[in-house]
Design a protein around this ligand. Sequence first.
Ligand SMILES: Cc1cc2nc3c(=O)[nH]c(=O)nc-3n(C[C@H](O)[C@H](O)[C@H](O)COP(=O)(O)O)c2cc1C
Length: 194
Amino acid sequence: MSDILAIYGSPRRNGNTAALLKHAVQGARDAGARVEEIVLRDMKISPCLEIYGCRETGRCVIKDDFHKVCDLIAASDGIMLASPIFFYTVSAHTKILMDRCQSLWVKKYWIEKTPFSGQQNAKRKGLFISVGATKGKKLFDGTLLSVRYFFDVLDTQLWKSLLYRELDFEGDILKHPEYLNEAYNSGKSLANLV
Ligand SMILES: Cc1cc2nc3c(=O)[nH]c(=O)nc-3n(C[C@H](O)[C@H](O)[C@H](O)COP(=O)(O)O)c2cc1C
């Protein structure tokens, strides 16, 4: 049975990205995967303090819920990450997690001296879900770059992105059952793939 980690990155518990990710989780479960769900806004995770306490072992020295997330990432075969677009990047909750994963970057590239492979031999596959209120062509460009490099650190290939424009208020996503359906099917496909 495959293990998938679903990371809710919005401060809204029942917002647009949360609804999409819930559908993806359901799809993955229906395909037989075991899915762990974490809601970043409910976790106590400090921002990276840039003290490089991780330099010796690759383990972050700040003691908080980040280590729970780390263990769940390590145990997963696939990752589903959902974040709204905030100022053309991910939410602060998501960015804090990304920055704390600098300890994993240190482990991978400084300690283990892994050659950069551009996700060629990634252990995991990842699904990224995002929404923004506006409709600009470049709405997701910056975020996708961040997510690609973040996933690389997690040994995760960005397998698929679901990106939806013109969704702002909580519940806007409910006007688009086709998006929710796409999320459900993507969760299912990811579970079948990993
Ligand atoms: C702090 C903040 C910054 C935002 N920045 C952007 C932005 O740069 N571009 C955009 O299209 N929407 C922006 N939005 C709108 C959100 O992306 C939008 O409301 C989205 O549907 C929220 O998703 P959620 O319900 O999953 O949290 C912003 C909203 C907030 C609260």
